[in-house]
Design a protein around this ligand. Sequence first.
Ligand SMILES: [Zn+2]
Length: 238
Amino acid sequence: MLGNAAPYPQPDRPCSGYLLRAGAASVWVDAGPGSLAELLRHTSLSSLDAVWLSHLHLDHIGDLLNAYYALAYGELPAREVPLPVYAPAGLADRLTGFFGSGFTNDVLELRPLSDGHQFELGDLTLLSRSVDHGGPEAYALRASSPGHALVYSGDCTPCPALDALAHDADLLLCEANDPVANPFHHTPQQAADLARRSGTRQLVLTHVGPLLTPAAAVAQAVFDGPTTHAEIGTTFTF
Ligand SMILES: [Zn+2]
C-alpha cells in the first residue's frame, strides 16, 4: 500500500497508489501524489512491468509526472524499454498539455484502456471494466493469477460491472468515502455490501476522504470477513 488519501495528500499519507506483485511481474496501480516516493522504497521504475491508471483525476495520476521526470532525466539504472502505461485515452493530451512539446513517448508508452481490456504479464492477468464515476472515463481492475484474484474499485459508485469483476475475489481493495463528499463514490457500507455480495474473502478500504477517518470507515463497513484500512507500507499476501 503506497497511498490511500483523497483528494489530496496528507502528512505521511500519499494519494492512491499500490504496488501489485505476482510471480516476477510488478505493476504500479494508480500513481497518486506522493506514491512514487513510497514505490521507490520497494522497487525502481526500471523494474516495473507496467503502470495501470484507473482514471485521470489528479489524485490518481499526479506522480506519473514525477515518474516521467525520473525516467527522462536520470533514474539509474535506466529502463531499456519505455514503461507501458495503461490508462484512459485522454492521458496523452494531458501529458502533452503539461510538458508541452518536450513530451515524447521515449520513456512512457501509453496504451489506452477500454471496457473488457485484458493483458497478461507472465501468469498475471489484468482485466479492466468500465465503472461509473459520474462522467470521467474510469476503470476497475481484476488482477488474477492461477488460484488468486485481487479486485480494485478505482473510484466509482456501485455498478454491475464492478459486481461482476469482484466475484469471488481473495481481496477487494475498495474506496470508501463520506457520502456527503461526492455521490459517485462508495460509502464504507457500500464497500462492505459489495464484499458480501461478491463472496470476497478480505476487504481493504482506501481513498478515505477528509470527512472520514480511516478508523471510522472501517467501523462503518460491516462485513463478516476481515476488514482493514490500506495503511501505508502494508503488504497483503495471498
Ligand atoms: Zn476520482
